[in-house]
Design a protein around this ligand. Structure first.
Ligand SMILES: [Zn+2]
Length: 378
């Protein structure tokens, strides 16, 4: 396994490419953002799109929100531009109290907010099946966020959807994904993190019918066309700096937690849902890097920490099982601890983690798996 020469990302990350100097394309993308991209021109582009959509309907645009620092920031920006956004929140799997507080704060900035209390019976069936099929407790949530917002854009006749960062621009991904600043059905299917499991594959699971899943299907192309729905990534038009965004959102009442989030060292991301932390832990089991690596990479690329500091943070935080998130998840989903452990083991990468003579994964006393020497970042 190779690690990027500039950040600490391993080459086990799906779709991440390294150049001949051993630098990952997320780092190269950041260099382009610092040196090549004309942000003034992009801002102008965005403003002209916004002007075309202004007063198109009762709302100027629609924003999918969780109440996190990013969605708080988008709403602040839209209000500053004199726009009236309609906000849509797709209820997370296991909401936290700080997440609820932040969503209320976002609402209080002066926007209408629709909180989708999705059918909990269907949602849980999807959650149970997805984690066993693709090893992601958040599969149904990723899908729901990206499909519910365009559904409401159509229902309210609002053509412009504003999303936050483009995951591929910020975290790296196939070249084709980085020139795309529009989120549509094709983007969702190719780059939306659905891990090859389509919503139609879930029909029949525990009696689920197609009709039960209507919210999770991307809207029909004819409806998208009729309303003229376009979903734009704000991160394509404005330089995305997580700590600047945090600063702005905090000035407008966004709350962080006192302690760092389980699985990493920061206290301001993924605060709204416990299941998210387990999602990050599954990623660690599959690819050998967790949320601390993601955070360190962003902080290194943005110049907040050195690579050496990033390496230390990864050693310190990556790989510790998120105990509270697991407890909350078990209470929600209804698996026994042993059942969840079996699912986690089935997705754990045998190339990366050490096993004993009986084939079982070896663990430290805190429950952390042990990586083979060549898979430890240096
Ligand atoms: Zn890199």
């Amino acid at each position: 396994m190779r690690f990027c020469a500039k950040c600490v990302m391993p080459d086990t990350k799906p779709d991440l490419h390294f150049d001949e100097e051993g630098v990952c394309d997320a780092c190269r993308s950041q260099e382009a953002k610092n040196e090549k991209i004309n942000w003034a021109k992009r801002k102008k582009e965005f403003l002209s799109i916004v002007d075309r959509h202004r007063k198109n309907s009762d709302y100027d645009c629609i924003v999918g929100v969780s109440g996190g620092k990013d969605s708080t920031f988008i709403v602040i920006r839209m209000l500053e531009l004199g726009l009236n956004p309609l906000c849509i929140c797709f209820e997370p799997t296991i909401p936290t109290s700080v997440g609820r507080k932040n969503l209320e704060n976002l609402n209080g900035l002066g926007v209408d907010l629709i909180h989708i209390k999705r059918n909990p019976i269907i949602y849980k069936k999807l959650a149970k099946e997805a984690v066993q099929r693709v090893g992601d407790p958040e599969w149904q949530n990723h899908l729901g966020i990206f499909t519910v917002v365009p559904h409401f854009a159509i229902k309210f006749n609002i053509p412009l959807i504003v999303w936050g960062e483009s995951p591929q621009i910020e975290y790296g991904g196939p070249a084709a994904s980085k020139t795309r600043h529009v989120l549509d059905r094709q983007w969702l299917e190719e780059f939306g993190g659905l891990l090859g499991n389509r919503i139609s594959d879930m029909i029949g699971v525990d009696g689920i019918t197609k009709r039960d899943l209507s919210l999770y299907y991307y809207p029909r192309q004819e409806d998208i066309k009729r309303v003229g729905v376009t979903g734009l990534f704000l991160g394509y038009y404005f330089k995305w700096d997580l700590r600047e965004i945090l600063k702005t959102s905090s000035e407008y009442g966004f709350s962080t937690t006192v302690r760092p989030v389980e699985t990493t060292y920061e206290n301001f991301e993924n605060l709204d849902c416990y299941s998210n932390h387990l999602h990050d832990y599954f990623k660690y089991l599959k690819y050998g890097f967790g949320r601390a690596t993601d955070n360190a990479c962003l902080d290194i690329r943005l110049g907040y920490i050195s690579r050496e500091e990033g390496v230390r943070l990864v050693h310190k935080y990556d790989g510790i099982p998120p105990k509270k998130a697991i407890r909350e998840y078990l209470r929600y989903i209804g698996f026994t601890r042993g059942e969840l452990q079996d699912i986690m083991d089935s997705f754990t990468n045998k190339k990366i983690f050490i096993r004993n003579d009986t084939g079982k994964f070896q663990k430290d006393i805190d429950g952390s798996l042990i990586r083979k020497e060549e898979y430890v970042v240096r």
